[in-house]
Design a protein around this ligand. Structure first.
Ligand code: ADP
Ligand code: MG
Length: 597
């Protein structure tokens, strides 16, 4: 009996024969080099395999070795801080420097075999456990406790479980039926990890970005599509979220768009300081990276690997942000594989199952009660950048993402060109989480939060209409009230929505600052409006002191914020007083120069 041989090799595809026992999604080592691949079709005794690695040099007649199982993630302590390729192999420092990744066929376990972890048991031998129960903990990184869970499908009475120092290969204990318990557990990446219950997404994942938190919030466990053409700020948004979003753990799946983009990520991430701890952001981050020279199949796998790692930390009871940059690479991988298989193509060559595949992926996000005791809550919040070719949102991947996601942050090249960042098109963007999270914002930040949100959205909408009119008839033809609105809307764009990712103070806007700015802008509009209603001309109103005070609010740290808000309120009150009786005659001639009270 001889093993299977390579009978066809083309690009990232190989056919193996005889493979009578092969099952779909089974992992196979192909060729002398042992290239990693996955069975994607079985016909008779021929298995078609997509390879996760560069296939140059693979020849007909080389042997192949089925592994008997699907592509599996190794989940355990040591994930945090690691940098993995699409199939879970750690990228070494060497690879980081040279840009050259692992040798094809290299076997490299996700987790260190040598590292010893101090395990503290949380339950005693004799207890009965079931899937998801917390057996104990190890300190994975400063500030990140790794909870060791009973694997989802295991259950029984604990025969042994002991505190101590263990590698991921050594048993920490056993069940009475002989099942060994370890610090790490395997999980097939394409299968969602089970949960006890799904919970409503009614709390926000605070991002510190005003345009998102105020106008288009994302819920913990929510999903967001972020489509945008080249240079519109997708990568900046994902990295800003990695740094500031309210998440205990970040899983970042990057597919290089430009040549050395991933090399940049590998350099920049470790240097990013976690604003909460002051340590490297890598202490609570797992990076899954693909370079553009890796075969597409690995990019497709990397998204599932990232999702599986995210679910695993969710199961511990953490809030996880899964950030994908960009999901289009995942979809292109689907397309390439489908075309190699000569499947019937759908729109623009994407397979007809693009939409359902993408929907199934988005469904793995969510807020939930994980399996097991003690009861806890976890969430995977999924923010997926999408790169439509030519910035055309009608293309299939953008459309499928829109249908699957609960929020849309649409990026607009015109805004990016004006350097209005984040370049979120507020006319097209939306969030289905705005309603469900409104009560939380009202309770935690300010009762008027939902109203302010609506005021600002209405103001921006009116601004659009007025700018269209002004474009036709000229701004001087507009009434004072309308011209005031245009001015306030400009301030809203500059001071509220606009936020520089590199500003040392304003890169992160605490909700209190976001709330204060929105409230003050609305108050400014109302104050000036009432002066105008009393007969003052817009030109005669001096908005400058109020605008300066608002800018100071924007730059205020948490300690200074209350004082700056008081100053801004009094500047606005002064504005409102302009035009009161005695200051200017109501309805009279209002060209009175400086016009201060
Ligand atoms: N929030 C922001 N603040 C400041 N600059 C930004 C911001 N977002 C984007 N930019 C600018 O736009 C450039 C392109 O952004 P990038 O995220 O690389 O775009 P994309 O990933 O969509 O191609 C950045 O290098 C930066 O100069
Ligand atoms: Mg980018």
């Amino acid at each position: 009996m001889s093993g299977p041989l390579v009978v066809m090799a083309a690009g990232a595809l190989a056919r193996l024969r005889p493979m009578r026992e092969a099952s779909l999604n089974e992992l196979v080592r192909v060729g002398e080099a042992g290239l990693l691949g996955e069975v994607i079709r079985v016909e008779g005794d021929v298995a078609t395999v997509q390879l996760f690695e560069e296939t140059a040099g693979l020849r007909l007649g080389e042997p192949a070795r089925p592994t008997g199982g699907p592509l599996t993630a190794e989940l355990g302590p040591g994930l945090a801080g690691s940098v993995l390729d699409g199939v879970g192999r750690p990228l070494e420092a060497v690879a980081r420097a040279s840009g050259a990744f692992l040798q094809p066929g290299a076997e490299a376990a996700t987790l260190s075999r040598e590292h010893r972890w101090e395990f503290r048991a949380a339950i005693r031998p004799g207890s009965t456990v079931a899937g998801g129960d917390v057996l104990g903990t190890v300190d994975e990184k400063p500030g990140l406790e790794h909870r060791i869970l009973v694997p989802p499908r295991a259950a029984g009475r604990i025969a042994a479980l002991e505190d101590g120092s263990y590698t991921v290969d050594e048993p920490i204990g056993a069940l009475e039926d002989g099942t060994e318990l370890r610090l790490a557990q395997p999980w097939p990446v394409r299968v969602p990890r089970p949960v006890a219950a799904r919970l409503r997404g009614d709390r926000p994942m605070v991002t510190g970005q005003r345009v998102f938190d105020l106008l288009f919030p994302v819920a913990q466990g929510g999903t967001v599509a972020v489509p945008g053409g080249f240079g519109t700020g997708k990568t900046v948004i994902e990295q800003t979220l990695a740094k500031f979003a309210e998440a205990d753990v970040v899983v970042y799946v990057g597919c290089g768009e430009r040549g050395n983009e991933m090399a940049e990520v590998l350099e920049e991430f470790p240097a990013l300081e976690d604003p909460r701890s002051g340590r490297s952001i890598m202490d609570r981050t797992v990076l899954v990276v693909n370079t553009s020279n890796m075969p597409v199949a690995a990019r497709e796998a990397s998204t599932y690997l990232g999702m599986t790692v995210a679910e695993y930390y969710r199961d511990m009871g953490y809030r996880v942000a899964l950030l994908s940059d960009s999901l289009s690479r995942w979809a292109e991988a689907l397309r390439e594989i489908a075309s190699r298989l000569q499947e019937l193509p759908g729109e623009e060559g994407y397979p007809t199952y693009l939409s359902s595949r993408l929907g199934a992926l988005f469904e793995r996000a969510g807020r939930c009660a994980p399996l097991g005791k003690p009861e806890r809550e976890g969430a995977v919040t999924f923010v997926a950048a999408v790169s439509p070719p030519g910035g055309d949102f009608s293309e299939p991947v953008t459309q499928a993402s829109l249908r699957a996601a609960g929020a849309l942050w649409a990026l607009d090249p015109a805004l990016a060109h004006q350097r209005q960042f984040p370049a979120v098109d507020w006319e097209v963007s939306y969030s289905l989480y705005a309603g469900p999270t409104a009560a939380w914002f009202a309770d935690e930040v300010g009762a008027d939060w939902p109203d302010l949100r609506q005021e600002i959205l209405t103001l921006l909408e009116r601004d659009r209409e007025l700018r269209d009119v002004a474009g036709l008839v000229g701004p001087e033809a507009l009434e004072d009230g309308d011209r005031l609105l245009l001015q306030v809307a400009r301030l809203v764009r500059e001071l509220l929505i606009g936020q520089s990712a590199v500003d040392p103070v304003d890169a992160f806007s605490p909700l209190a600052r976001t709330h204060a700015l929105a409230g003050l802008l609305v108050a400014l509009r109302d104050g000036a409006r009432s002066a105008i209603d009393r007969g003052r001309a817009l030109e005669s109103l001096d908005l400058a002191p109020a605008v300066r005070a608002l800018s100071a609010v924007r730059r205020a740290g948490p300690d200074e914020l209350p004082a700056r808000v008081v100053e801004a309120r009094s500047a606005i009150a002064a504005l409102r007083r302009e035009g009161t009786a005695g200051d200017q005659p109501a309805g009279g001639d209002v060209t009175a120069g400086e016009g201060g009270a």
